[in-house]
Each structure stands twice: as structure tokens, then as C-alpha cells.
Design a protein around this ligand. Sequence first.
Ligand SMILES: Nc1ncnc2c1ncn2[C@@H]1O[C@H](COP(=O)(O)OP(=O)(O)O)[C@@H](O)[C@H]1O
Ligand SMILES: [Mg+2]
Length: 257
Amino acid sequence: MERDVSLPAASHRPAPEAAQAAAPLSPPPALVLERLGYARAGQVIIDDVSVVLNGTARTLILGPNGAGKSVLMRLCHGLLVPTSGSLRWEPARPVRQAMVFQRPVVLRRSVLANVTYALHLAGVPRRRRRAQAFDALERVGLAGLASRAADLLSGGERQRLALARAWALAPEVLFLDEPTANLDPASTAAVERIAMAIHAAGTRIVMSTHNLGQARRLAGDIVFIDQGRVIEHVPAPRFFAAPGSMNARRYLEAELP
Ligand SMILES: Nc1ncnc2c1ncn2[C@@H]1O[C@H](COP(=O)(O)OP(=O)(O)O)[C@@H](O)[C@H]1O
Ligand SMILES: [Mg+2]
């Protein structure tokens, strides 16, 4: 399933007035995962995960390919329904959340229209959409390409457009699922800078990666996941200095040059 949900999912449609807000004034509610599980066709993909994501943290979900990062992110964003356990916002209230995927889908219209359409879906009044969209494009360095057909963008530009589309909604929580996995180093650096800027503006970032260098550069805390299980959730410095599990140590060692 590659659905682009930097466009808001129906179940998470932000309140119209909320989407116009600037950076949130207070951190969003905690996202509490309790014994969360997801199985499909008899295969357990997410296994008994209990994690709390709170504050305006920068959380990196780190793990090898096939560990279950994307499925976990989709569960968190409400695109998949858990088959066991639960997840909830605490205290409970509607949360403005957005998600960006490894392979961004762009609409066959202009770069600017890609963003104004997302604002339209979020209930932003027409008269405000253009300025808000331009502002978001400016922040990701795409204002100069506003009138270009979005399907002519390079991979890195597409991902920056997906980030602008998400950022324009002023999300309280942004899920980024391996947003640089298909990008060259320069585009990767640009996406990392934008993720940091979104975080600095007050958004909780939850980003998955299999890339240790990226986790070192970006993470405040690390959720290390392997075979559908969360092995540890610790501050990044502690993870890199002394991983608490054999699996994590092996993963770190395998990545050493
Ligand atoms: N829609 C699906 N149906 C069945 N199995 C799936 C589905 N999506 C993912 N999986 C399986 O779940 C496991 C975790 O996948 P994924 O979350 O994509 O891993 P990661 O993002 O860490 O690389 C893999 O074994 C994958 O084959
Ligand atoms: Mg994945």
C-alpha cells in the first residue's frame, strides 16, 4: 500500500481552524502504544509493542529492512487498524498529524496546486490557501518551482514537495517513513534539514530509517525495532554508546566501515 497521506487521512482530518494555526503552543498529547500487535494472513508483523511518544521529541524508529517500521508508522497514523493491543492519544483530543512516505505521490498538477489542494482538504478557506502554500514552498526551497508541473520534479524535489504539503498543515505530529531511502546524498541532506526545521518549529517528529548515520544525525531518542518487536527505546546518545541488546549491538557492528 503506497498511499500518500501527507494529504490528511479521512479519519484524521484536522479541524479547519487548526490547520490555519501557526506552530502549536503546547506539545501534543502523548501517543501511547500498549501491547500493540498487527498480524496478517497468520504472520505476526508487529509483536506486542509498548511505547510512549511524547513531548516535541525527535524519535527515530531504527531497524533493518523488513523489521516492521512502515507497518508500525501506519498503525501510529491510523492507516492500519491493530489486530491486538491498543494505541491512544493521552489526554484524548483530535491531533493534527501528517505522514510522508518513502515514495511520495504527487498529483498531476502544479507544485503550488499540490499544496493548495492539501489545504483545501484540510478545510482552509480558499482566500488563505495560496499564501499559506507559497509560504510552505518557500520553507522547503521550492517557491521558485511553484508553477512547474509536479510530475516533472526530481525525486528529491518531490520529497520536498511532500514535506511542504505536510508542513503547510502545521501538524503537531509528523510521521516520516524512510523519506530519504530513494534519494541521493544532497537530496537526503536537504530532507534532513527540513525535518530539523519542522521540529524546531514545534512539531513532534517520528521518523523511520535503516540508516545509522541518519539516526546519529537526527535522533533525540531511538526506538530500535527488529522482527516486529521493539527491542529498546532510549535516548540516542545512550543507544550509540552502549546499546542494551545483542541485536542492536550486532546491527551497529554490521554497519561499521
Ligand atoms: N500489507 C502487507 N501484507 C502482508 N505482509 C506485509 C504487508 N506489509 C508489510 N508486510 C510484511 O511485514 C514485515 C514488515 O514490513 P515493513 O513494515 O514494510 O518493514 P520495514 O518498513 O521495516 O522495512 C515484512 O515481513 C513485510 O513483508
Ligand atoms: Mg519501510
